[in-house]
Design a binder for this molecule. Structure first.
Ligand SMILES: [Zn+2]
Length: 89
């Protein structure tokens, strides 16, 4: 067999806004690293932004987008600045 079995954890997270449950699998080692305090971008680089947001703030991608579109101009400016900061510097 030409594949390696990577241990994963499956999480079900309830969005605090719309109460929708999102189920997803994560690399177990990365998940443990994140739990141990390592920045999520470093611990779980392959996780989609939506899942990251759900894990960090408990809000699903859909609601997070809504929050931002309803938010002030500041939110947009912050998004633009994100490209400038290096990850893990
Ligand atoms: Zn939601």
């Amino acid at each position: 067999m030409g594949f390696t079995l990577v241990p994963t954890v499956t999480l079900s997270v309830l969005c605090t806004k719309c109460r929708e449950i999102t189920k997803f699998s994560l690399d177990r080692e990365g998940f443990m690293k994140w739990k141990g305090g390592i920045c999520i971008q470093e611990a779980l680089p392959d996780v989609s932004p939506d899942i990251r947001e759900l894990m960090i703030s408990g809000v699903c991608g859909t609601c997070f987008d809504k929050l931002f579109s309803e938010g002030s101009q500041d939110a947009r400016n912050e998004n633009e600045n994100k490209g400038k900061e290096g990850i893990g510097s």
